[in-house]
Design a protein around this ligand. Structure first.
Ligand code: HEC
Length: 115
């Protein structure tokens, strides 16, 4: 029985044939992830939160005023992530932790608008 020898001798030929026809792999250009970095938190707040937290969070609307809040960071993070059933939607899947950090910072820095 010498069948094996016949198959083995074909292998190098098959391999050589398959090498030549591979199209060069297209490298995907690395695009910057749209989240985490460089988010315009003012814009984000205005479009996502502003219709309930009025005047950029400076005044009460459908939701309470956020400026000068006495809540701690953990409370605020928790409220943004989980919302409050029947009152505020949850944003835990919308924003990354880094983005929520920026929102908390934004709320802390709110000042009464001039005038
Ligand atoms: C649909 C209206 C609505 C939207 C949109 C909304 N909120 Fe709220 N939010 C509320 C209401 C109502 C409450 C009060 C919940 C309660 O009774 O404790 C609240 C509470 C909060 C609180 C806690 C305030 C406190 O002192 O108890 C924070 C912080 C907050 N919202 C941040 C945000 C942020 C940030 C966004 C946008 C990402 C947002 N909210 C979007 C309605 C909204």
């Amino acid at each position: 029985m010498k069948l094996n020898n016949g198959i083995m001798s074909l292998l190098p030929v098959m391999l050589a044939g398959s090498l030549g026809c591979g199209a060069p792999a297209q490298a995907q250009p690395a695009t910057a992830a749209p989240d985490d970095t460089q988010v315009d938190v003012h814009q984000l707040f205005a479009t996502t939160c502003g219709w309930c937290h009025s005047d950029g969070g400076r005044a009460a609307g459908k939701g309470p005023q956020l400026m000068d809040t006495k809540r701690d960071d953990e409370f605020i993070r928790n409220r943004i992530k989980n919302g409050k059933p029947g009152a505020m939607p949850a944003f835990g899947t919308t924003f990354s932790d880094a983005q929520i950090d920026q929102i908390i910072k934004y709320i802390r820095e709110l000042k009464r608008s001039e005038g």
